[in-house]
Design a protein around this ligand. Structure first.
Ligand code: URA
Length: 435
């Protein structure tokens, strides 16, 4: 087989066989296929797409490119949850402890940020001492003892995806349904869960900007998971504004703790409730959403969910005092307020720009080129639909550096739109459920 012929076939819109797809993935992973040929291949896929079978084979080849985690040693039904990535998305830190406190094993492999979005692993590292690189043995024992462990993906979990993603990032081939679906699902399938609940973000802060594309991504991933024998559901949730009020690593831990103490933002909790409900249903702990929501409420009110987060932090080397007293979590000391010039309402938010403002502060995500300041971030005093009075704070920036703070303010000013009339209220954060 020659890579040239496979590229040529896809360029002309042909359907690739399992062997051809395996040839491409194996060859690229072991270095036999060079970047320039793989780039051409990815662009041909971007233009001509892949059908369901091709996307499934692509996913399986990537999932099999490294080690697959064997969760067989963990008792019970293992349910994973994955978000396609958004701004202010701290749902794992809230749902994980709730579901684990209800006895469901949460064996979570999480990632770092992508693009303008932050990742769970970066957030957890803002808790002093928290170790996200625990051994597989530690990971499995901890899930058996506490029902929860959260670790970074090991280098050898779907290494093909890691290499391909890096190339997609620089060849403008990220935003393709087959490529995104196979990238996400290869890691999920290699992580070994029995059931998967997907949170597909939709809106101006997400990879999928509109409902139609979010639906096709959701359908594609659900179909791949089912073909691989997993129970699957995808919840499409709104990302036309950041999720919750806080954006930034340490600040998002702070907000997660508020939620587990029963003081969570309404929209953020709506998303958490639905995702956690499906996890509980898949695990056989609740028979329907109504029962699941009752259990979730009781688990938060009794303090058991918060206690579970403390146990998780302690078991992975972190100091639980940051959870018991969230006020001492690191927060950059320079405070800059974005003030309203006029009375009015927030009519729209450009969510991606809010993510970029956080990146400008030096927060957000860790890259090869830069370190990360875990203490910086933004508090959104006002969000879409809310009234503002002249002189009031619309958002508050926490920065370690004056210049970076001013840069972030400039970006934030562009992220907000205002109107003099109250905009139509958004009813629900849940846009669709695909199963
Ligand atoms: N998240 C992933 O893991 N891969 C993609 O391609 C997009 C989002």
């Amino acid at each position: 087989m020659r890579m040239y012929d496979v590229i040529e076939k896809k360029k002309r819109g042909g359907k690739l066989t399992k062997d051809e797809i395996e040839f491409v993935i194996d060859g690229f992973t072991n270095g036999e296929i060079p970047d320039y040929q793989m780039s051409a291949f990815l662009m041909a896929v971007w233009f001509n797409g892949m059908d369901k079978e091709e996307t499934y084979e692509l996913t399986m080849s990537m999932a099999n490119s490294g080690n697959r985690l064997d969760l067989g040693l963990i008792n019970g039904i293992k349910v994973d949850k994955h978000s396609t990535g958004g701004v202010g998305d701290k749902t794992t830190l809230i749902i994980g402890p709730i579901v684990a406190a209800l006895g469901v094993p949460v064996a979570k492999m999480s990632g770092r940020g992508l693009g303008h979005t932050g990742g769970t692993i970066d957030k957890l590292e803002s808790i002093e001492g928290f170790n996200t690189s625990i051994s597989t043995e530690h990971f499995i024992n901890q899930v058996n003892d506490l029902h929860i462990a959260i670790a970074g993906q090991t280098a050898n979990l779907a290494p093909a995806d890691k290499k391909i993603y890096a190339l997609r990032d620089v060849t403008a081939t990220v935003d393709n349904v087959s490529l995104i679906a196979s990238s996400i699902m290869s890691k999920k399938l290699a992580s070994g869960a029995d059931a998967i609940v997907l949170d597909v973000k939709c809106g101006n802060g997400a990879f999928m900007k509109d409902l139609e594309s979010a639906n096709s991504l959701a359908e594609e991933m659900v179909s791949i998971g089912k073909m691989a024998g997993k129970k699957m559901t995808a919840i499409i949730t709104d990302m036309n504004e950041p999720l919750g009020r806080y954006v930034g690593n340490s600040l998002e831990i702070y907000e997660a703790v508020l939620c587990l103490k029963g003081n969570g933002d309404k929209k953020l909790m709506e998303v958490c409730n639905v995702l956690a409900s499906y996890m509980l249903i898949f695990a056989g702990v609740a028979k329907d959403e109504a029962e699941a929501e009752k259990l979730i409420k009781e688990t938060i009110e009794s303090g058991k969910a918060l206690e579970k987060l403390c146990q998780l932090v302690k078991a992975q080397g972190g100091d639980e005092k940051y959870i018991k007293n969230e006020g001492i979590l690191p927060r950059a000391h320079k405070k800059i307020e974005f003030l309203a010039k006029n009375d009015g309402f927030v009519s729209k938010m450009d969510t991606e720009l809010v993510g970029k403002a956080c990146l400008a502060l030096g927060g957000g995500r860790l890259t090869k080129e830069s370190t990360i300041d875990l203490s910086v971030g933004i508090y959104l005093n006002k969000k879409t639909g809310e009234e503002v009075k002249a002189g009031q704070a619309i958002a508050t920036i926490y920065s370690s550096d004056e210049k970076k703070g001013i840069d972030a303010l400039g970006i934030l000013e562009k992220a907000y739109s205002f109107s003099s009339d109250k905009p139509v209220e958004q009813i629900s954060m849940i846009k669709n459920i695909v199963s």
